[in-house]
Design a binder for this molecule. Structure first.
Ligand code: AVI
Length: 323
């Protein structure tokens, strides 16, 4: 039995946790993985041998940097290189270094929700690439992108790396692509990473590593609810479970209750009951092929003008322009 006396939510987090855990089947949004602890665990994931996505995109940027740079500077004039969700910029630095070395004239405008992440990125770039023009922008993607649009008329190249798009269901991904498309002008380019369909075992291993880092990452959402909403989830009583459907290309993460249990979330005045083996769905990580990326692009009125892949074809970056 769920019980709740007053439903006044102070934050979207509270509201979505309430809705997700009182729904059937239960679910929580993966966007809530990323608090300070979650950011750190995701850094660890990116350094794991099983998480091929980072190395593959690194390889793509390194191998094809010349061809990518040619595309980015194929139209005349200075451009803004805008990165959505810049993080630590590890992969982007390959491209930035190459562009600076070749005297390409651009300003790097990383956008991130976290000012802390941007400060660290700016500091490391000042040290590693003193010749780079950098203007970090703190905020949400679309508001900040719209802001940058009104800054000056400069051409835009927008980067969205890491297959972050894969954490969206197809309709949400189309909305996302459409929203960027809306803010693009004729000469602008959009460079997006899409993890590819591959041997299902490779995907399962990437999302269910032996060291248990992905498990800790998935369970961190429960720790976060414990910390921020005064709850008493016992992490030991949940399993991290990953499934991959090779037909749809969808990897899904779950937390599975190992036993019948009740959890109290004081801040929400809520008691949640779990049956044995009841699930909480926490994340999707969509895998793609050319056909699906073409379909998404078409729906968003974007056109693929180039694509770059690693040797093993595990991952691809696509370059889009407005149709
Ligand atoms: C951020 N995002 C693209 C990662 C992914 O691959 O879906 C998040 C992640 N979840 C588990 N491992 C990594």
């Amino acid at each position: 039995m769920q019980n709740q006396t007053s439903t006044i939510f102070e934050t979207l987090f509270e509201e979505e946790v309430y809705q997700g855990l009182t729904d059937f089947p239960k679910h929580l949004s993966s966007k809530y993985f990323y608090d300070t602890q979650g950011d750190k665990l995701f850094q660890d994931i990116m350094n794991m041998p099983e998480y091929y996505l980072t190395d593959s995109e690194f390889e793509i940027l390194d191998t094809h940097k010349d061809r990518i740079a040619q595309w980015l500077s194929s139209k005349k004039g200075r451009f803004n290189l805008i990165e959505l969700g810049a993080g630590d910029g590890k992969k982007t630095k390959i491209l930035l270094k190459h562009l600076v070395k070749n005297n390409v004239s651009f300003t790097y405008k990383p956008i991130d929700i976290s000012q802390n992440v941007l400060n660290q990125l700016e500091k490391s770039l000042h040290e590693e690439l003193p010749g780079l023009n950098i203007e970090p922008r703190q905020g949400t993607y679309f508001e900040t992108l719209a802001d940058i649009n009104s800054d000056n008329g400069a051409r835009k190249v927008i980067l969205f790396l890491g297959s972050n798009i894969g954490n969206l269901l197809h309709p949400q991904a189309i909305d996302f692509l459409k929203s960027v498309q809306n803010l693009m002008n004729e000469d602008d380019l959009f460079f997006v990473g899409f993890d590819q369909k591959k041997n299902p075992q490779t995907i399962l291993d990437a999302y269910n590593d032996k060291a248990g880092i992905t498990e800790a990452f998935n369970k961190n959402i429960l720790s976060r609810i414990n910390r921020e909403l005064r709850a008493d989830f016992d992490l030991e009583k949940f399993l991290h479970w990953e499934v991959y459907d090779p037909e749809t290309g969808t990897a899904k993460s779950y937390l599975v209750s190992k036993e019948q249990q009740s959890v109290c979330i004081d801040k929400l005045n809520l008691k949640i009951d779990f049956k044995p083996w009841e699930t909480i769905h926490t994340e999707i990580s969509q895998k793609y092929d050319d056909e699906v990326v073409n379909w998404l692009a078409e729906k968003a009125e974007l056109q693929i003008v180039a694509q770059f892949s690693d040797q093993g074809n595990l991952y691809k970056d696509y370059l889009f322009k407005k149709e």
